[in-house]
Design a protein around this ligand. Structure first.
Ligand SMILES: [Zn+2]
Length: 270
């Protein structure tokens, strides 16, 4: 027991020394134990499986809107990454946007490498194209900041005692897969959803505002969207739900970040 504990600490320290990356825009240092290629391989497989098993929307207008917003936000994200020395990350992304028919699920997610799904249950809250851009911008920001990889790295240390990814994949494939889904904020498949931390949510809000503005959407519209979310009370969705950050705090933070985002906003610039 003791040894495991000590070795976990040692591995953690080593990981902090070697497996570190910097989050774009916020400049925060983060733990990244999992090579991008491995992370993306797993993510693409799991996304494909999830999409295959889900009931996709057949509403062509709504699908077209999700893909249009997706293209615009992805374009802004690619451009941002290219301008900020993240060329290899940008070229490894394989953007995909799907609309899952599940009216009771008020949620959306973006798995590593740009694999996005929006549930039909969130459309009454997004209301229009700009509202959808708030959600897609937020989700794409989680991916761009590699929050999934960071959470998975933390999960490997906490749950598998610092076991390497290769060992975890061969010895505990179910655990690793469940861990990955949790780490990506994809909850319905495993039944439990680990909310993103307050830090990750705030970062995704901040980066998401910049992305939506760069894509030609008015970032000020993020405020009414989150107010609509807040008015849902306790019935809020898994990923976006978080009591982290608490609704009013989150809206106040977004309001403070809007002037920065407006610098990138060109009305009709889509
Ligand atoms: Zn989030």
């Amino acid at each position: 027991m003791k040894f495991t504990h000590v070795s976990t600490i040692i591995i953690t320290l080593l990981a902090l020394l070697i497996g570190c990356a910097t989050v774009p825009l916020t400049g925060r240092q983060q733990l990244t134990l999992i090579p991008q290629s491995e992370l993306l391989g797993m993510s693409f497989d799991q996304y494909h499986q999830l999409i295959t098993e889900s009931k996709l929307s057949t509403n062509q207008d709504q699908i077209a809107l999700v893909r249009k917003v997706g293209r615009n936000i992805a374009g802004a994200a690619n451009q941002f990454m290219k301008e900020n020395g993240m060329q290899s990350q940008a070229s490894s992304y394989k953007w995909e946007f799907n609309l899952i028919q599940e009216d009771s699920t008020v949620n959306a997610f973006c798995m590593p490498g740009g694999k996005v799904a929006v549930y039909t249950g969130i459309l009454p809250l997004t209301q229009d194209e700009t509202g959808l851009a708030v959600v897609v911008g937020h989700e794409v920001a989680h991916a761009m900041a590699n929050h999934g990889g960071e959470r998975m790295s933390q999960g490997l240390i906490q749950q598998l005692g610092g076991m390497t990814l290769q060992a975890a994949l061969s010895k505990k494939p179910e655990t690793t897969q469940a861990l990955a889904m949790l780490a990506y904020g994809v909850g319905s498949q495993v039944g439990v959803l680990l909310p993103y931390s307050r830090l990750h949510e705030s970062e995704a809000d901040h980066i998401g505002l910049i992305l939506m503005a760069r894509a030609g959407y008015d970032p000020r519209q993020a405020v009414p969207f989150w107010e609509r979310m807040a008015s849902m009370g306790g019935a809020k969705p898994p990923e976006l739900l978080s009591t982290h950050p608490a609704d009013q705090r989150r809206i106040a933070d977004i309001q403070k970040e809007i002037p920065e985002a407006l610098q990138y906003y060109q009305p009709g610039g889509k």
